[in-house]
Ligand binder design. Structure first.
Ligand code: 5GP
Length: 185
């Protein structure tokens, strides 16, 4: 079994979801991990598809029972990846992608040094701010929290294996394919 674990991080609003969606449409053989979160679902999000939406109490129980490969608090909510889920995917022989924040990514690298860390960057901080506001899904306080997190994330990205600038969707997807070794697949 020679399956790989890829971790993709990027500041919120950078468009990493769109890059990943484009990538997965071309490469459905990759599994996208579904995280647990205490955040409330956004309109259109479905439990068990976008996230497993759980209570804070349930989340704390999972931490106590050491059920997470990694977890982090992000902008006031908790997010985590269940060990069992990842192990099952790797056991089933699937390459797996985790879309998680940089704190979580660095925890994964500690536990699984073979994991490949990829960071998706905005072309600039201003572009990021405009994209985040343009989504109209968060209030001002939340936007501020996310912008602060974005600065910290850019610093942490220095220790990632690869960085991809998302200034052009097609280009970003093709760079991701190169990094993941499937540009000709
Ligand atoms: P959002 O609330 O916009 O869906 O996600 C906020 C941040 O949490 C994003 O940077 C996303 O990548 C990150 N995130 C999602 N799932 C996980 C997870 O399981 N663990 C960690 N550490 N971060 C996660």
């Amino acid at each position: 079994m020679n399956k790989k674990l890829y971790v993709i991080s990027g500041s919120s609003g950078v468009g990493k979801g769109t890059v990943l969606k484009g990538f997965l449409e071309k490469h459905p053989e990759y599994m996208l991990s579904i995280s647990c979160t205490t955040r409330k679902p956004r309109p259109g999000e479905v439990d068990g598809v976008n996230y497993f939406f759980i209570s804070k109490e349930e989340f704390e129980n999972c931490i106590e029972q050491d059920k997470f490969l990694e977890w982090a608090e992000f902008a006031g909510n908790f997010y985590g990846t269940k060990k069992k889920y990842i192990n099952q995917c790797l056991f089933d022989g699937k390459d797996i992608i985790l879309e998680i924040d940089t704190k979580g990514a660095l925890q994964v690298k500690k536990r699984m040094p073979e994991a490949v860390l990829i960071f998706i960057c905005p072309p600039s901080y201003e572009v990021l701010e405009n994209r985040l506001r343009g989504r109209h899904t968060e209030d001002e306080a939340t936007i501020q929290k996310r912008l602060n997190e974005a600065k910290i994330e850019l610093e942490r990205a220095e220790s990632f294996d690869y960085k991809i600038v998302n200034d052009d969707l097609k280009k970003a997807i093709s760079e991701l394919e190169k990094v993941m070794g499937c540009e000709n697949a």
